[in-house]
Design a protein around this ligand. Structure first.
Ligand SMILES: [Zn+2]
Length: 179
């Protein structure tokens, strides 16, 4: 995909971003890989190939590690509004392609992850939204083990998609929840 990086660089450098340190951009671009296997809206993901934490790219900036997707978003849009998270449309944590990023609140974050069967990443943070979930997962598993309910049935019963229910039931997601 020729020109993609150039185009991104042009976009980024034309914005008076708050994190617009050239060295940061250089480091950011120096470690990205275009992954045509992973796309959103017809655009290939641009993944961070440096160090990661829980799948999210991390870069050292001003004395601390910050998420590369957060930096990318800030370079284009400015400061992330207080209390908001930078989330991925593409469900690809190392991706820092700004077309694939959006901001949302904690609820969006949970919903986004939950819809993508990734709730386990954020598990254990003391937020009310999480409190019901382990119980719910246990119930889904119990029902599943009874062998009487289909994934679709489980999904309907617990207000999630059949695929979410299926993955929870089989232990493919929420692995950290003890039964
Ligand atoms: Zn992406």
């Amino acid at each position: 995909m020729p020109g993609l990086m150039g185009k991104l660089l042009l976009t980024w450098s034309s914005v008076p971003g708050t994190l617009g340190a050239v060295s940061l951009l250089t480091r950011l671009f120096g470690k990205t890989v275009v992954n045509p296997e992973h796309q959103y809206d017809g655009l290939a993901c641009v993944e961070w190939a440096g160090c990661t934490s829980e799948g999210y790219g991390q870069i050292w900036f001003q004395g601390k590690m910050v998420g590369t997707h957060r930096v990318a978003w800030e370079v284009v849009h400015g400061d992330i509004p207080k209390g908001l998270w930078v989330l991925h449309h593409c469900d690809n944590p190392p991706c820092l392609r700004t077309e694939h990023l959006f901001v949302g609140d904690q609820f969006d974050n949970m919903q986004d992850r939950s819809e993508k069967d990734c709730v386990n990443v954020a598990w254990g943070e003391a937020l009310p939204a999480h409190k019901l979930a382990p119980e719910l997962v246990r119930n889904i598993r119990k029902d599943y083990e009874s062998g009487l309910v289909s994934y679709k049935g489980l999904g309907k019963k617990y207000g999630v998609s059949a695929s979410t229910a299926g993955k929870a039931a089989k232990g493919l997601s929420w692995r950290r929840i003890p039964s």
